[in-house]
Design a protein around this ligand. Structure first.
Ligand code: DLL
Length: 433
């Protein structure tokens, strides 16, 4: 179902007309209300009225995570605190957290985008949504919650954690839509199996998974183990939270960006040059309707490409392909660029291993080393040592063949790699550079 048929199916010219009008408004507003933007625009020699076409967006300077940190906590807010009704913050695993704010109208807009995303993933008002994204400063829990209510569905605000109890509730309450990170979905399946509950006996139709990168192979694995349609949802706190883009169940091929609220660009992360549709690079967003925390050309560090092809679902908004990684997560191992998702794809092709892995990068005698720790399934684990060594060699060979880097592969016992309730911690970089 298309939640907002009018806006989600606008012809291209209409989308662009709306974008230009809203962009001009936003630029004028941030220039007038956020000293940071006024200074940046002045330094770049641009005045808000210079912007006449969408193409001219490129005259505006980029905004980075560092800019947000420099203005911690409220320096980038474009409205007085009186008008701010909600505050969230990004996890800040790599440095200081960034703080974002929402007006009542921002929350209404966000809820609508989540309602659109849930509907695109197959949810209707009759559904029961088991929302296992974490509630709190993280935008996942509350973001999905408000959107689920907006759609008119019933939401179980279970949040992350206490997995055994979650499984019980899934059995007793009969939820039909699951929302959580893809890694947590797999963990739920595992704990359900231990409790003797088969997902095929539950009532799930779809799972709306995001907040971390996951490969197509991981999608197949989740669909097989959880017996549901696994749908991708993307977003980031600085730009909104979940709902910036989301997949449709009809195509499951790329995430429609809410183009009536955001303008997306792909740039070369090194030069900042804008790349044409289809080329892979860093995703950049400009918000064009947000009141409390507008962002201008915000560099997400996420790597993807844009696809303007018409979609079978009827939505006209441009699609971004699945995020293949972050430019700052890209591992450079002895000069070879490797994304964790590429290693994930290789691992998922190997039948004997489970989708739980960690990558350990170290530097020994000035040389980078990559160790891939991956769990074996119960069946293979009971095998002889020789069999296990054979699996290790096969994975190392495939990694070398497909990615061009040598890796030491270590099989780990079933359930020995830490499970996460939110975003999985897959990379341990021990290099001191
Ligand atoms: O993760 C918002 C969110 C919540 C999205 C729930 C989807 C579902 P942050 O904590 O600020 O916000 O982290 C944002 O997570 O820049 C990406 O690197 C990554 N990310 C989010 N969704 C996806 C996805 C939330 N579907 C950062 N695929 C982003 C790949 C994703 N990476």
């Amino acid at each position: 179902m298309i939640y907002n048929i009018e806006f989600e199916t606008l012809p291209r010219e209409a989308i662009e007309a709306i974008q230009l009008r809203r962009l001009k408004d936003t630029i004028e507003r941030v220039y007038a209300t956020v000293p940071f933007y006024r200074r940046k625009f002045d330094e770049a020699g641009v005045r808000p009225q210079d912007l006449k076409t969408l193409k001219e967006l490129t005259i505006l300077p980029f905004t980075t995570k560092q800019d947000l940190r420099d203005n911690y906590p409220y320096g980038m807010f474009a409205v007085p605190m009186d008008n701010v009704v909600r505050i969230h913050a990004s996890s800040g695993t790599t440095g200081q957290a960034t703080v974002v704010g929402y007006t009542a109208r921002d929350i209404t807009m966000w809820s609508e985008l989540i309602a659109r995303a849930l509907a695109a993933g197959g949810a209707t008002r009759g559904d029961i949504i088991h929302n296992a994204y974490g509630y709190g400063l993280f935008t996942g829990g509350l973001g999905i919650h408000y959107g689920a209510e907006r759609l008119g569905a019933s939401v179980i605000p279970i949040s992350g954690g206490n997995t055994k109890r979650q499984v019980q509730i899934m059995r007793d309450f009969g939820p039909t839509i699951l929302t959580c990170t893809p890694s947590y979905a797999l963990h739920l399946a595992e704990v359900a199996a231990q409790a003797g509950i088969d997902f095929s006996t539950l009532h799930f139709k779809s799972g709306i998974f995001g907040a971390e990168p996951w490969s197509e192979e991981m999608r197949a694995e989740i669909e097989r183990k959880l017996h549901l349609n696994a749908i991708d949802i993307y977003g980031l706190s600085e730009v909104l939270g979940p709902g910036v883009s989301s997949e449709c169940i009809e195509a499951k091929k790329g995430l429609h960006i809410a183009e009536d609220h955001f303008i997306a660009e792909i740039i070369d992360p090194k030069t900042g040059e804008v790349l044409p549709y289809g080329e892979r690079g860093e995703l950049v967003f400009t918000s064009i309707t947000k009141e409390a925390f507008p962002v201008i050309r915000y560099r997400t560090r996420d790597i993807t490409s844009l696809n303007p092809e018409p979609c079978i679902c009827g939505r006209t908004h441009v699609r971004m392909n699945k995020v293949s990684g972050r430019s700052d997560d890209m591992l450079i191992i002895r000069g070879v660029n490797v994304f964790p998702s590429q290693i994930e794809s290789v691992l998922m092709e190997i039948e004997e291993v489970e989708p739980h892995y960690q990558l350990v990068i170290d530097r020994v005698d000035n040389l980078d080393t990559l160790t891939v720790m991956v769990e074996v399934g119960e069946a293979a684990f009971c095998d002889e040592v020789r069999g296990l060594q054979g699996i290790e060699r096969k994975i190392a060979k495939n990694i070398k063949e497909f990615l061009g880097v040598s890796a030491t592969v270590k099989l780990a016992e079933p359930r020995s790699i830490a499970r996460s309730e939110g975003k999985a911690q897959r990379i341990i970089d021990r290099r001191k550079i």
